[in-house]
Ligand binder design. Structure first.
Ligand code: C5P
Length: 218
């Protein structure tokens, strides 16, 4: 039975780096579902598609040529053979991604695609760590291990500002406003039934990884 680990939470909790480290420690694959929404956003903008045209964006979601590299030591994202790992982290994508992610037709397609990818990765590597906003509740509610990573707003803003080398306050819109919009379609601020909360406010990176591994190892 492959080990399925689902990790949700808002940005700035350390979710991505912890998920990758946990996947490496367990020797299993890694799926960054946020990167899939980011890649779709990049693709639509590149194709000149108006993100407010929900039907047009949903059509692209069904057909965009996405390839996810799921090795946790070197995860990668490309569309149509073009690597867009750096591009999808740009501020213009971060600012636009929620508009794509609140498109319900897009979410239904992503749910199916992500569920299938998790199965594929898990059967190839013996397991998978998938992270996002709705993995524990919608994409893989059947995962054996389901974790919600949280942290105080101050801690999350401080982490993001360190990452981007900018003032903490200037990350407020990226962190708080994006969460508010994302929260309208996914529930990732409080743990659903059966989901274990890991609050990383006072934990460093290693402690956060250990906390998740301890839960995964039961
Ligand atoms: O995790 P990351 O910040 O890269 O996610 C980018 C965006 O993708 C989120 O702000 C959210 O709009 C969307 N997302 C989502 N569901 C997921 C993962 C990400 O709606 N499972």
């Amino acid at each position: 039975q492959p080990l399925m680990i689902a990790i949700d939470g808002p940005s700035g909790t350390g979710k991505s780096s912890v998920s990758k480290a946990v996947a490496r420690a367990l020797g299993v694959g890694y799926l960054d579902t946020g990167a899939m929404y980011r890649a779709l956003t990049w693709w639509c903008l590149d194709q000149g598609i108006d993100l407010s045209d929900q039907a047009a964006v949903a059509r692209e979601a069904a057909s965009y040529p996405l390839e996810m590299g799921t090795d946790p030591a070197a995860p990668s994202v490309s569309v149509g053979g073009r690597a867009i790992d750096a591009q999808i982290r740009e501020g213009r994508i971060t600012a636009a991604v929620s508009q794509v992610a609140t498109n319900l037709q897009v979410r239904a397609l992503m749910r199916d695609k992500q569920h299938a990818l998790m199965q594929q990765i898990a059967s190839a590597t013996g397991g998978v760590v998938a992270e996002g906003r709705d993995i524990t509740t919608v994409v893989a509610p059947d995962a054996q291990v389901r974790i919600l990573m949280t942290a105080s707003e101050e801690a999350r803003m401080a982490r993001r500002s360190k990452e981007l080398a900018v003032e903490a306050e200037s990350t407020r819109s990226q962190i708080v406003d994006r969460d508010r919009i994302d929260s309208t379609v996914s529930q990732f601020h409080t743990a659903a039934d059966g989901v274990v909360t890991v609050d990383t406010t006072t934990l460093n990176f290693e402690e956060s990884v250990e906390a998740v591994l301890a839960i995964a190892r039961g």
